[in-house]
Design a protein around this ligand. Structure first.
Ligand SMILES: [Zn+2]
Length: 101
């Protein structure tokens, strides 16, 4: 098992998780519900983390994350399905998982 990704924003981490899982890679999350305990431990330790179950998925997973987090433009986009504002790095809506047009 290896930690493959972490970010302070749980929505970004969930988005990455969805993208990785869509590729059939087995992963699990740590600190998914940690924001509630910030204050008892350092904020950085509480960042949600994505771990891969199989170390041999590392290269493939890193490539997926790299392409998923590559900023294609710098403007937030509106989901046409649920009207939610999304970070430009997202390819799918963090709220409803609809693909970006
Ligand atoms: Zn949406």
């Amino acid at each position: 098992m290896k930690k493959i990704y972490t970010h302070e924003n749980i929505f970004i981490v969930h988005n990455i998780k969805n993208i990785i899982e869509a590729q059939g890679i087995e992963i699990f999350m740590k600190n998914e519900f940690a924001p509630g305990v910030i204050g008892e431990i350092s904020a950085f330790d509480a960042w949600p983390e994505i771990w891969i179950l199989h170390d041999n998925d590392e290269e493939k997973t890193k490539a997926i994350i790299a392409s998923a987090t590559q900023v294609k433009n710098t403007i937030d986009w509106l989901c046409k399905h649920c009207n939610e504002t999304n970070d430009p790095s997202f390819d799918i809506c963090w709220q409803c998982q609809q693909a970006r047009d």
